[in-house]
Design a protein around this ligand. Sequence first.
Ligand SMILES: [Zn+2]
Length: 268
Amino acid sequence: MPLALALVVMVSSGVTAFSLVSVKDEIQIGEAAQKEVRAKTPELTDKAVTSYIRSLGRRLVAHAEGPEYPYSFSVANYRDINAFALPGGPVWVNRGAIQAAQNEAQLAGVMGHEIAHVANRHSAEQLTKGMGAQLGLGVLGALLGGDRSLGAQAARLGAQIGASAGMMKFSRDHEREADEKGMTYMSRAGYDVRGMAEFMEILREQQGRDPSSVERFFASHPAPAERITRLEREAARLKQGGRRDSPDFQSVKRRLARLPPAKPMPKG
Ligand SMILES: [Zn+2]
């Protein structure tokens, strides 16, 4: 069986979690997606806030496995609670998520989860599945042939991903893995891993109070109830204790509270 055909068979039967998208391709797709997201997202540029988010992100990334992706951390000036990751490194956190968190460990939980999607190449697996299922042999052929550079296709795929960013849906297995790995990074970075489950509790309360502000989050993540039970069980298995908060986090919260209020995310 020719190599291309063998791979297609493996993809369509879903035997293994592997990817036809190279790390280089993934980064290229992510760059195109990031360009698209940047163009349509009101980015919070307040230096104190952005450098805080970057350093928290870097602290977690230092404990992540996988390829050395060019991670970046940006804050969307939206009031909704949401966060998402693009292929190959870019991570976005909504201002609403920072403001909803009560301590740094909870925010580290949100960011650890997104970093885990990147580090474990979930987008590459999704893209591989999508290519096998929808795009067919043409794209696979192009991917497997020549120098394996996606070129124009990377730009197109990236733009598509960027256009629907924040609504990207990973599989349940990917979500579970992102929770587990995210908690591991938190633990290694010295945080109290219970922060992740606590943040889910905040989301659940918020859903009762103001459903529209968490609509986007729940469109792309599993229901909080089952997630909380699982997160608590897993947290009990990891090292207990750890850092819960920092003066920097609280100062960022105070700073955000003084800025003009953020807008809701556009619907649709
Ligand atoms: Zn997720």
